[in-house]
Design a protein around this ligand. Structure first.
Ligand SMILES: Nc1ncnc2c1ncn2[C@@H]1O[C@H](COP(=O)(O)OP(=O)(O)OP(=O)(O)O)[C@@H](O)[C@H]1O
Ligand SMILES: [Mg+2]
Length: 333
């Protein structure tokens, strides 16, 4: 099994079936415990719907924060759920697991990923750094000597990397990504309208009218939340240009991150990038106009991975199929 254990979504890829799971990285547990409710089944979509609505005694948890495991027991429960659900039904032997992990995780964190996966029922665990998995999944020739750049804007983190010879030549990992866009929207609406909105509402606003660059037609949207002063439910209308203003700071930080990785890239590889350009991956990259904003700022060609949301999982699938050849580039248990 190949797993993209994302802050926002967990994707599972199997060798003979391709993408078999794509679920929110959310778990509902009894408060203060790691006991998953609904008999261990409240993981993913089932738990996502309970967000912000759970009664007392039940907590809806995202066990990964900013790309790393924030709550080990619950993350493990989540991995166990997927391993049992997908692998358990058809096999008796424990699966090999390829897990994509964020760039820049340290030795202790890597150990923790491996331990959690082993306790959750894996036989051998291989860790691959996400930018490499994303590059493989996007069809980049990551083992070539020619350099290429991948920018994966996920929920919690943005990983920016120049790849060559199956390795990461220069890279950075920013704690600014899709979630930061949502948070900027929540803040804007609180400050501008005295209205508190939840994370799901913020995400809806981002997807429907959010943008990084001026639009041909500007849009507006009705937003519902709780009045900050009176405490009562209230609605208001927001429009796309003010949301763009709210998003400009996190967008600027991502552009700045790309700039700094380019500055730290050896000149030979920089020269390659004038040909290979920048490949965007991750759900956060789908913010309207973000590709063009980056293209204009960097003066490099910007294209999307064919499947921006699944290319990391797809990359773990490529690895599963070529473990012999690629094992030397992986971190193993
Ligand atoms: N059409 C869209 N427009 C804007 N943002 C989107 C769109 N679709 C998804 N997103 C955002 O993409 C983010 C999730 O992306 P992705 O699934 O790549 O993250 P992840 O891999 O779980 O996170 P990470 O890599 O940080 O651990 C969320 O913030 C989501 O709101
Ligand atoms: Mg990701």
């Amino acid at each position: 099994m190949g797993v993209d254990l994302g802050t926002a979504n967990t994707l599972v890829w199997i060798r003979d079936g391709g993408l078999v799971r794509d679920e929110p990285s959310v778990v509902a547990v009894k408060s203060g415990t790691s006991e998953v409710i609904l008999g261990g089944q409240a993981v993913g979509h089932r738990a996502y719907e309970m967000q912000g609505r759970a009664p007392a005694g039940i907590e809806v948890v995202r066990p990964l924060r900013e790309g790393v495991i924030a709550d080990f027991e619950i993350a493990e429960a989540m991995i166990r759920y997927f391993v049992r659900d997908i692998h358990g039904r058809r096999h008796f032997v424990k699966p090999r697991l390829v897990i994509a992990i964020p760039y820049g995780t340290n030795e202790v964190q890597r150990r923790a990923f491996i331990d959690s996966a082993e306790r959750a029922g894996a036989r051998n665990v291989y860790l691959v750094e996400e930018p490499i998995a994303a590059g493989l999944g996007a069809g980049l020739n990551v083992t070539a000597s020619q350099g290429s750049m991948i920018v994966d804007i996920g929920g919690g983190t943005t990983e920016i990397a120049v790849l060559a010879l199956a390795g990461i030549v220069s890279a950075t990992c920013l704690r600014v990504a899709g979630d930061s866009f949502d948070e900027a929207i929540v803040r804007h609406i609180r400050e501008e309208y005295n209205l508190l909105i939840g994370p799901l509402m913020a995400e809806t606003i981002k997807r429907t009218i959010g943008s990084a660059r001026e639009l041909e037609t500007e849009y507006s949207l009705e937003v519902r939340g709780r009045d900050f002063i009176s405490g009562r439910p209230r609605r208001t209308i927001v429009n796309s240009d003010e949301i763009r203003g709210a998003l400009s700071e996190p967008v600027r930080q991502i552009v700045q991150g790309i700039q700094s990785v380019l500055e730290n890239t050896p000149p030979e590889l920089s020269a390659d990038l004038t040909q290979t350009g920048i490949t965007l991956a991750g759900g956060g990259s789908m913010l309207r106009g973000l590709d063009l904003a980056i293209q204009e700022e960097m003066d490099l060609d910007v294209r999307f991975a064919e499947q921006p949301l699944t290319c990391v999982a797809q990359g773990t699938g490529v690895i599963l199929g070529q473990l012999d050849r690629l094992a030397e580039f992986l971190y193993q248990s």
